[in-house]
Design a protein around this ligand. Structure first.
Ligand code: NAG
Ligand code: NAG
Ligand code: NAG
Length: 347
């Protein structure tokens, strides 16, 4: 068994860039890392190179590769536990997403789960249009992985796909391949460019999982403005986030992506559950801001949904309504709860 494990790791080490965890100078396990994007990848015209990295409570910071059935067999994957898949989106410079370690750590801290990080850095970098084209093939590869994990004990409803930007639509493709029977999809500011006029089959939609939620934070630039989920959370007006414009003075890049990545940071913060990020169904942000939508009990939801790991956003309804826009005000920093406006609403 141990020999087999070594062979797997050795094989892995030929394929994946690795480092070791050492215990008193002894190499105990090789860790898998994000692939690195280089000029060679530009010449190779963006082929899609995907790797799947597993983190569990037994290996919370040293990822194991789980690209095929043998890998899964020899990993810490536990088919009796729920599985969270994290899918990043388009990468401008080919760098590892800065938030990915924190998101995985918070998920493992909150729940005993398998966390699978999908690394498609190579196929998602440089030209946005190519990344969009690659996302279909990526969806197929993820569907194959899920099929493999199911033959290791997972059930369809135990999967939760967390997709960021373009990754949210990838989650949608994957969900459709399972006829909407996967447990949950969370889309964090699902991408807008090339998707805003797409049909339901080409983008994330409520038919893609048992429960689909989306958090919109930049719907006038990189995010999609229309609702695409059962419950669509709009942070503030869904377009401009508090204190994002201040980056204009320091870094243009930070300024450009600040609204877009706010959805990720709000979601990460919600996992810790420091304060309730409750949202209110409303026709528009203007109505919401004018205090016209303060009642959680008088509409089809019966309860106001919350951002976080609560099942179905804390909703009790057996039949979920679709494309319900819900609004909440947030502050500019973790834990992001705008206590003043929540108090106002509670009165
Ligand atoms: C880790 O990878 C190195 C090669 O990079 C290999 O020599 C070593 O045996 C591997 N460690 C284990 C525990 O398999
Ligand atoms: C390193 O591994 C060897 C062989 O498994 C073992 O005999 C030795 O005690 C280990 N050393 C330390 C410092 O853990
Ligand atoms: C897998 O998870 C189940 C449920 O928590 C647990 O009872 C079981 O011991 C785990 N299996 C392994 C090999 O850790």
């Amino acid at each position: 068994m141990a020999n087999h494990w070594n062979r797997i790791l050795l094989l892995g080490s030929l394929i994946f860039p690795l480092c070791y965890i050492t215990v008193n100078g002894n190499i105990t396990q090789n860790c898998t890392h994000f692939q690195t994007y280089s000029w060679r990848n530009i010449l190779q015209r963006m082929d899609l190179k995907v790797q799947f990295m597993l983190l569990t409570r037994r290996n919370p910071s040293c990822a194991q590769p789980i690209s095929d059935s043998n890998d899964i067999q020899n990993s810490n994957f536990n088919g009796s536990l729920p599985t969270k898949l994290i899918m990043h989106g388009y990468r401008v410079t080919g760098s590892k997403p800065s938030w990915v370690d924190t998101l995985a750590k918070e998920l493992l801290g909150a729940m005993d789960v398998n966390v699978v990080i999908v690394d498609w850095i190579i196929g998602s970098t440089a030209l946005y249009h190519n990344a969009v084209r690659n996302s279909i093939e990526l969806g197929l590869k993820i569907a194959i992985l899920i099929g493999n994990l199911m033959s290791h004990g997972s059930t369809e409803d135990s999967f939760h796909l967390i997709g960021i930007s373009l990754g949210a639509h990838v989650a949608g493709f994957v969900g459709r391949m399972f006829k909407g029977k996967l447990g949950q999809i969370t889309g964090l500011d699902p991408a807008g460019p090339e998707f805003s006029k797409a049909s339901v089959h080409q983008r994330l939609d409520p038919g893609d999982a048992v429960f689909v939620e989306a958090i919109h934070s930049d719907s006038d630039k990189f995010g999609i403005s229309r609702p695409v989920a059962h419950i669509d959370f709009y942070l503030n007006d869904g377009k401009d986030q508090p204190k994002c414009s201040q980056h204009l003075l320091s870094s243009v890049y930070k300024y450009l992506i600040c609204d877009h990545i706010r959805a990720i940071y709000v979601y990460i913060s919600s996992i810790k559950n420091h304060c309730p990020l409750v949202a209110f169904p409303c026709e528009s942000y203007e109505h919401f801001r004018n205090g016209q939508c303060i009642d959680c009990y008088s509409h089809s939801l019966q309860r106001c949904p919350r951002i976080g790991l609560l099942e179905r956003g804390g909703l009790s309804a057996d039949v979920l309504p679709k494309e319900v826009k819900v609004y909440l005000m947030t502050s500019s920093q973790p834990p992001f709860c705008d206590l003043k406006s929540n108090q106002m609403k509670a009165q």
